[in-house]
Design a binder for this molecule. Structure first.
Ligand SMILES: [Zn+2]
Ligand SMILES: [Zn+2]
Length: 215
């Protein structure tokens, strides 16, 4: 069966590669070069580049896919911005008995220390382990079931973008394939505290101070 053609109009090669962050139907390309060329146009419609205030990371993909992108879906909250109303909306829309805090994690970008991703999970017993949420979580503890992810910030920091896209979240969860989430969390907390108190960058790390006193 011949492959569908490459999405670049001028290109006649078979589109054997797909955009990895799109919803179905997949946008097809013959090569990374064609995908790069088409990105300026494609990002306007690519589902992976659309921004929302909340995403769900599922324990398994609805279509059985093993691609992590297929486990992350937009879940825009109308009650965004206050944890009490966010929890209530999650409970109502997802049928969760209660929405519990499931941990937090910083972005893969080292400069982003003024906000983190904040996870909610269902309090229902016996849910399967969510491997993505577990490895991203700021301190080691198993996270179970689907999680809802929003951006949040420490007290006193409000200057960050509240909406984000699947592509950004995907880059961060992939970063924690190798990065140690507890270490990254501690480093970012120390660097933010250092900025606020006027310590030079790296000072707190070098002096072995922990986040315990100011988180
Ligand atoms: Zn796409
Ligand atoms: Zn092509």
């Amino acid at each position: 069966m011949p492959a569908e053609p490459c999405s670049v109009t001028a290109c006649t090669n078979p589109g054997t590669l797909t955009c990895s962050i799109c919803d179905q139907p997949k946008t097809r390309y013959c090569s990374a070069a064609c995908q790069k060329q088409d990105w300026t146009t494609h990002k306007r419609t690519c589902a992976g580049a659309q921004k929302h205030n909340c995403f769900i990371i599922r324990t398994t993909a609805p279509n059985g896919s093993t691609n992590p992108a297929d486990r992350i879906e937009p879940f825009p909250l109308s009650a965004y911005g206050n944890w009490i109303v966010e929890m209530k909306e999650l409970q109502q829309r997802l049928g969760w008995p209660h929405a519990d805090e499931a941990g937090k994690f910083y972005s893969h970008q080292a400069k982003d220390n003024h906000w983190y991703y904040y996870m909610y999970a269902s309090s229902a017993p016996g849910l399967p382990v969510n491997d993505i949420a577990t490895r991203c979580r700021h301190h080691a503890r198993e996270v179970r079931g689907d999680v809802a992810v929003v951006r949040s910030g420490p007290e006193g920091f409000a200057s960050y973008e509240e909406t984000f896209c699947r592509m950004e979240l995907l880059k961060t969860v992939n970063y924690y394939n190798t990065a140690n989430s507890s270490e990254v969390f501690g480093q970012r907390e120390r660097s933010r505290f250092g900025e606020r108190s006027g310590f030079p960058p790296g000072f707190l790390d070098a002096h072995g101070l922990t986040t315990m006193h100011f988180s």
